[in-house]
Design a protein around this ligand. Structure first.
Ligand code: HEC
Length: 114
């Protein structure tokens, strides 16, 4: 008679262990560059609307940010802040970031492949 494997079967523990090791390995590699991690964390706040790393999903009404030239990015963010560029939501979001953070985000998104 065959029984289904319990959730903690040796096989699932091996798979889980390997997955955990892979995650630890990639996390420590990223931690080597704290600035990169910080940029990614900042950019992650934009992901719900602009997509992961600025890659908007197909047919999204929100523009993607990946590959946007840094100068254009900064210009748009400052335009949202000052009100010279009208917006539905970005005028509020842009005000939450200081110049150094906008520069950091600009460099991050400019470096992403379109
Ligand atoms: C709640 C959804 C939302 C979030 C979160 C969001 N955006 Fe936006 N973003 C928009 C929308 C919508 C537009 C189009 C302008 C508007 O209507 O506000 C836009 C436009 C932009 C533009 C202009 C792009 C272009 O090509 O004209 C930039 C730059 C931008 N966002 C940067 C950011 C950054 C940086 C973040 C994260 C810090 C962010 N956005 C987070 C919704 C969002």
């Amino acid at each position: 008679m065959k029984y289904p494997l319990p959730p903690c079967s040796p096989r699932s523990m091996v798979v889980g262990g390997i997955t955990a090791l892979l995650l630890i390995g990639s996390a420590s590699a990223q931690a080597q560059d704290a600035a990169t991690l910080q940029s990614r964390a900042l950019a992650a706040t934009c992901a719900p609307c602009h997509g992961t790393a600025g890659h908007a999903i197909d047919a999204s009404v929100v523009p993607g940010l990946a590959g946007l030239p840094a100068g254009t990015f900064i210009e748009q963010m400052n335009g949202f802040k000052s009100g010279t560029r009208t917006a539905t939501v970005m005028h509020q979001i842009a005000k939450g970031f200081n110049d150094a953070q906008v520069d950091q985000l600009a460099a991050y998104f400019a470096a992403q492949k379109k």
